[in-house]
Design a protein around this ligand. Sequence first.
Ligand code: SAM
Length: 249
Amino acid sequence: MPAPHSRSFRDGKTLEGELAAAMHRVEAHGVIYPAHYYETLVAKYRKGGVPYPHILTILGEPRILGHFYYKTALQRTGPFLDYGCGTGDNIRQLLRDGFPRDHITGFDLSWESIDLGFDLYRDRDALRDLFVVQDTFPFGEGQFDTIYSGSVIHVIADDAELDGYLANAWRALRHGGVLFGSTLGIEDCDACSPDEHGPPRVSPRSAIVRHMMAAGFAEPAIMVKSHEAHHPGDKKCVFEFCTKKDEKL
Ligand SMILES: C[S@@+](CC[C@H](N)C(=O)[O-])C[C@H]1O[C@@H](n2cnc3c(N)ncnc32)[C@H](O)[C@@H]1O
C-alpha cells in the first residue's frame, strides 16, 4: 500500500476553492451540474477530505495531455492500462481524443479518487465498467500494449513496492509495449527529503532510470517540466518518462 499522505491543501488553497475551480474546468468539458451540487460536494468531502489534494487542483486539465509521448500513444490503439488511475481524468482525456473505449482500463488500489472523479464528471454509470479496483495487481502477462503511470511513482515511498509496481507493469506489457508517465522528482541532487505536503518519494533522475532498468525496461527517455506548485528555490520538477519492454525506444 502507498504510504499515508497529507490531505491538506498547500499555498493557501482550500477544499472549497479547489472544488469550485475543478467544477469550472469540468464544465468546460460539457458537464452540467444541478442546483446546489457544489454545496453537496463540499459537505461530502469536508468530512474525510480528498485523497490527493494536488490532483484536485489539476482535475479537468489532465497531465497526460501535455506529455511528450501522448500523441504517439494515441496512435497505438492496442489495450491501454492507466496504472494508478486515481480520478480517471487521463482516461476521460483518452476518450475525448477518440481512443477506442473497449481498449481502456483504469486500475487503482482504491475507489476513493475514482469516486471523486465520478462525482465531478457525473459519469459513474457511463464509465464504471472501465475501472478495476483491487489490492493486488490482477492483470496477466502481455495483456497491454501501453501503460500510463501518472503521478504514481512519487506516492510509493518504499523501494520494494516501487520495484513490485514496475515489475507488474513490465509483465503486463506485451513485447515492445510502452510504459510512459510522469513523476515528481529533483533534477540536480542525489536525495531530497519529502516535505510536509509533498509526496513521499522525490527521486533524482538516476533513481528513476535505475528502478526502471532493474524491472527490465530499456533506459527511459526523460524530459523535465516545471511543477505546477513550483516555489522559488524549490528544486523539484516533473519528470516525464517513456520506456519500452524489450526493445530500444
Ligand atoms: C497522485 S494519484 C495520481 C492519479 C492519476 N494517475 C492522475 O494522474 O491524476 C496516485 C494514485 O496512485 C494510486 N496508487 C499508488 N500506489 C499504487 C499501486 N501500487 N498500484 C496501483 N495504484 C497505486 C493511488 O491510489 C492514487 O490513486
